[in-house]
Design a protein around this ligand. Structure first.
Ligand SMILES: [Mg+2]
Length: 163
């Protein structure tokens, strides 16, 4: 049987967008104070321990500067200690469609992203989860909606993947 491998986006899935437009925005100087999405660390830990083991990867699209900030944020919040995801299991790319090649290389079978556009490129991945869908984005890429499962919180993901 094919081994299950989980891929997780970072922006909007682990690092919360509720800070956008405030003084704790990830795009400002106080990015270490940007908060995590509620329950993300805890549910990821459960996914590692109860289902996917060391086959969980973070896959993020961003520029060089945000890549550096992201690694700093993960270290500052002790993400790897608390979630159980290995620090080697983090991949960055510069374009949204490049997540597709990364998923193929890693044999990813399940992917969680907050952008329907990104999920639309992941043709090799069986189980696609659209995290906290945004109305305008969903409308633009609506023809791909039938391939994804919409989830509204990490508790929602726990329920889908661990029960
Ligand atoms: Mg994202």
């Amino acid at each position: 049987m094919q081994k299950e491998v989980l891929g997780i986006d970072i922006g909007g899935v682990i690092i919360d967008r509720v800070n956008d437009g405030t003084d704790t925005s990830f795009f400002g100087d106080n990015y270490l104070r940007t908060t995590a999405v509620p329950d993300a660390f805890r549910v990821i830990r459960d996914l590692v321990e109860q289902r996917f083991g060391d086959r969980v990867y973070l896959v993020s699209k961003c520029g060089k500067k945000v890549e550096k900030k992201t690694l700093h944020w993960l270290a500052h919040h002790r993400f790897h200690d608390l979630s159980g995801i290995l620090s080697d299991n983090v991949r960055f790319c510069r374009q949204r469609h490049e997540k597709s090649g990364i998923c193929e290389d890693l044999g990813i079978t399940h992917f969680i992203d907050d952008r329907l556009e990104v999920l639309s490129y992941l043709t090799s991945v069986d189980s696609l989860f659209l995290f906290q869908p945004r109305y305008d984005e969903v409308r633009r890429f609506a023809q791909h909606l039938s391939r994804v499962m919409q989830v509204h919180s990490w508790q929602d993901i726990r329920q889908r993947l661990l029960s």
